[in-house]
Design a protein around this ligand. Structure first.
Ligand SMILES: [Zn+2]
Length: 564
């Protein structure tokens, strides 16, 4: 008996075990069963791989557990599909499920990532340029075989639809059956299931494609409580004390780094010479810093907020951030962004130069520029800021492309490809681990050069200004440790490599003299434990902003500053 039939004349090049059949049309339930089987068996390959690696499941009981797990997932998928099994809805729904499962399987398998809410935020805020970085022939092949091929088979299947009352009954029957199977399987292995899921929380984010749907659903329903309504003002009392007679106003560049993990900086003890230029410039480098999130969209708004990581996650309203408070205090503020993904909202209310406005000969190609482009024409951009603000001081934010992966090799000009051979692919698992590390280290070497160039630019302005630079990265990166790549794992289960960003400070002699904050005082804190919770308060402290929202205990410069 055929599982379902196709057009008698059509010849499917890839039969899902479907022999040709009578012209009558097959049952939607059978199509659901086949598609579900396909997604459970192949779309969940990354999950089965991880389960197979668990030592507690390396026995017959583990095999039974795996089978029960498969039935639970299959029951869940079939339950959803049963509710969508209507004449004009089933095929689009199946297509969506199959494609989501195929993309999910590819990313989870290739990069060792999992799909959760914050990964979904990241995905949805990804722009076309970042997408291009991810495309590969391997992805086309995987998505083609896992998603497109079965989707085509779905569309070619001819289905027999009864009247709606009967279809409703059938759908309810199928839904109940799916639910019963899932619950029954769960009960059979409940003890093992509870302990495995408790000990390996990441597994739940591998259940494909339900992980994508779940993440999307929480995004649609949960932020409504918070992100609606106007952005609340912050630090309305912010002010700058008058400069003492003869003092020079601060000229400060705050570099927001990308994906730069602290332990790959030679300054922090990395055995490779990745920071030759900064080492000669007398900077202070903190090497025990914990990030607020494991991806840009989570970390950057949190860094710029006065709230701690926990309070930020549970915030009820959105408020302004660091850039707003600096501007309100009276500084001339400018944000320059070399990331197509933008500033994640933290630069909304200050003058901004977006990446597509940046251009400089020799630094840009293919719509993307190396980070040095942000120094190009900088003086002219600053000169356009209001003069009365400039008289009080200038703060320029520079948002780097930095070490953005997976195409690390695209982030470095040829002369900075010093660690070779480097991985020149975005499918990192196809490269040797050392090649991935080489490509990443080259991006750190280039960031070293970029930061040294920023300092060089600042040094040219010491006659009339008190210059300083603070560089902080948003999060770290996995480079193949335990088979993990990139970043963005849920904070609780992410490895330390993803949570240890670099934070480097350079202070000109003039700046040190005026504020009393010396490089030596900051450098003495090198191994003290800090986090992005300190960032907002430290930057206000560095820039001498007086406001109620500045919490001195979180300001790492507070103990270095001379009392005014
Ligand atoms: Zn980032």
């Amino acid at each position: 008996m055929p599982l379902f039939s196709r057009r008698p004349s059509a010849s499917a090049p890839f039969a899902l075990g479907l022999a040709g059949g009578p012209a009558r049309g097959g049952s939607p339930a059978r199509l659901i069963f086949l598609a579900t089987f396909w997604m459970v068996a192949l779309g969940n390959w990354p999950l089965w791989e991880q389960l197979a690696r668990l030592p507690e499941l390396a026995n017959w009981r583990g095999v039974a557990f795996g089978l029960a797990f498969a039935v639970i997932i299959g029951g869940g998928i079939a339950l959803l599909l049963a509710l969508l099994a209507w004449r004009f809805a089933l095929k689009p729904a199946l297509t969506l499920f199959l494609l989501a499962a195929a993309f999910g399987a590819y990313f989870m398998h290739t990069y060792g990532v999992v799909i959760d809410r914050s990964m979904m935020v990241n995905t949805l805020s990804t722009d076309s340029r970042e997408v291009r970085d991810l495309l590969s022939w391997r992805m086309a092949l995987v998505v083609g075989v896992l998603g497109l091929l079965p989707a085509v088979a779905v569309w070619r299947a001819r289905l027999a639809w009864p009247g709606w009352p009967r279809q409703l009954l059938r759908n309810l029957g199928l839904a109940l059956l799916s639910l019963a199977l899932a619950v029954g399987a769960l009960m059979l292995v409940f003890q093992d299931f509870a302990s495995v899921m408790r000990n390996h929380t990441q597994l739940r984010y591998l259940i494909n494609p339900l992980n994508s749907f779940y993440a999307l659903a929480t995004l649609v329903w949960e932020p409504g409580k918070r992100e609606r309504g106007p952005v609340q003002p912050l630090g309305e009392d912010a002010r700058l004390p008058a400069l003492p007679p003869g003092a020079k106003p601060p000229l400060v560049v705050l570099v927001l780094g990308e994906t730069a993990r602290a332990d790959h900086f030679a300054l922090n003890g990395y055995p490779r010479p990745t920071t030759p230029e900064l080492e000669k410039l007398g900077v202070a480098s903190l090497r025990n810093v914990w990030s607020c999130g494991t991806n840009t969209a989570a970390s950057v708004p949190c860094m710029f907020s006065p709230l701690s990581r926990g309070d930020f996650e549970n915030r009820k309203t959105d408020t302004e951030g660091l850039a707003d408070v600096l501007q309100r205090a009276g500084y001339a503020v400018l944000w320059i962004d070399n990331q197509a993904g933008g500033c994640k909202g933290v630069c909304q209310r200050v003058p901004t130069v977006r990446y597509h406005e940046l251009n400089a000969p020799g630094l840009c190609s293919d719509g993307e520029c190396f980070d040095e482009v942000m120094l190009h024409g900088l003086q002219a951009r600053i000169d356009q800021l209001p003069a009365e603000r400039r008289a009080r001081g200038v703060v320029v934010f520079m948002h780097q492309m930095g070490s953005h992966g997976p195409a690390y090799y695209k982030r470095t000009p040829p002369q900075f490809k010093r660690f070779m051979p480097e991985c020149a692919s975005n499918a990192l698992q196809q490269c040797g681990r050392q090649e991935v590390v080489n490509a990443f280290d080259n991006t750190i070497l280039y960031t070293d050069h970029f930061l040294a160039s920023v300092i060089g630019w600042l040094q040219q302005h010491e006659d009339h200004w008190a210059p300083a630079m603070s560089y902080a990265s948003d999060h770290g990166e996995s480079l193949g440790e335990n088979g993990l790549y990139l970043h963005g794992l849920p904070y609780g289960i992410a490895p330390d490599e993803q949570k240890r960003p670099a934070w480097i400070t350079w202070l000109s002699p003039g700046f040190q003299a005026e504020t009393g904050i010396t490089t030596a005082c900051v450098q003495a804190k090198q191994d003290e434990e800090f986090s992005h919770d300190n960032y907002f308060h430290s930057m206000l402290g560095l820039l001498g902003v007086q406001t109620r929202v500045h919490e001195a205990p979180l300001d790492i410069f507070a103990s270095c500053r001379k009392p005014r």
